[in-house]
Structures are given as structure tokens and as C-alpha cells.
Unconditional design. Sequence first.
Length: 229
Amino acid sequence: MIRHRHLTLLAAPLLLSSAAVAFASPAPAAPRPAASCELVASGEGGGGPYTLVLEGFEPNQSVTINGPHTSRRTRVGDEGTLDQQGVGYGKYSVTSKGKRTGCLTPPGGKHDGGGKQGKVQVTKVEVVTLTAQGTVVDCTKPSKVLFDGKITGTGVGEVPYFWTFASSPDVLSRGKAVFTPGTTGASVLLATEFVSVNGNPPNAFVTLHVPSANMNAQSATLTLTCAKP
């Protein structure tokens, strides 16, 4: 009898240990929802201003937001989400790791102020260089570089702009920044190429012009570094 009671006492901790292991096992992680994007109207009556809502992306993932007359690189948060506020009405898409995600857009007419066009009072123009200084490139080939133009203003309408390269008066690229109700700024991306001359490192600057406001902004001179042969 004493021997059997001793075996029973030993078996109890084993059963408790198995239950504890089962209880501690983590539940399988919930699958991440598919990446999505939607333009949401947050004004009275379902109109502007608008917020671009991104969900389901990988945490801290770099994304490029493409919209009417604009393109902007940014990054989602720790939970793979982003609320880009103050964007204009129009069709948008998001590109990341070579994959394009279309954004849902509220119907036109009802949400875009009926297409009413006014005048935009531009208050500031600036240029940010997105390509890092000293980026190492193959100087035997043209090198793609990126600049982000920022136009700040108030009102509703379209603001024509154009870019020039270095000291040349020739137009490199042109477009229109769209301001809808609630929009206070627009981002206009420029992608161009720098070319090495006589084997020297490529360097130049660009200028963003807004004729209606008689304003312009010049980037800092960007100098690239030639890769060693």
C-alpha cells in the first residue's frame, strides 16, 4: 500500500506540468489583412478635406503614394497603417516592393465640391532633395535622382508649375497641383537624370517654378560619387 501511494504522488506533478505547457503555448498569429487604401471624405456633407487611409502593409514599410499630379514617398507605422491627411480629391494608388494597390475613391460630383474652381493663394514653394548627397553611382551611365517639390497655399483650384535643370531656362517637366477644399499643400515629385561629364562626379540643382505666384525654389546642389572601377 505504501508503495502504490508513493507512485500516485509522483504522477500528479507530471500531469500538472503537461497542462501548464499546453496553457503556455502561444496561439497562432492572426494573418495580416491584405494591403488596402481608401480616400475618405471627412468634411461636412461627405466632402473635403480628405484623408488617405492605408492598412494591411508590413510594419514600417516604405511606400510611394501616387495621385493627381503628385507622387510622394513615405513610410507606414509600426502596425502597417497610415492616415495621410489633407490630400486632394482624385484617384490614388500605393506602390511598395513593386506591387501596386489601387485606392477606393468616393464618387465625383457629390464629394468634390461640384467641380467648382476658385483661386489658390500660394504662400510658399520649397524643394527637398530625396537622393542622398554622395550616393555612389556608375558614372558611365545616367543616374536617376529624385526631388520633392512642396507648394503651400489656400483656396480651391489648380496651380500650374514647371521644373528647370541647373541654369538652363528650358522646361524640364511641368504639371498642375490640385487644391480642393481643406487642402493646404501639394507635393510634386520630380525624377530626372544626372550625367557625368569627362568622368567627373555628376552634380547639379533643379528649380521649381510657380508662375501664378511669381515664386520659385531651388534645390541644394546634389553631388554624386563615382563608383571605383
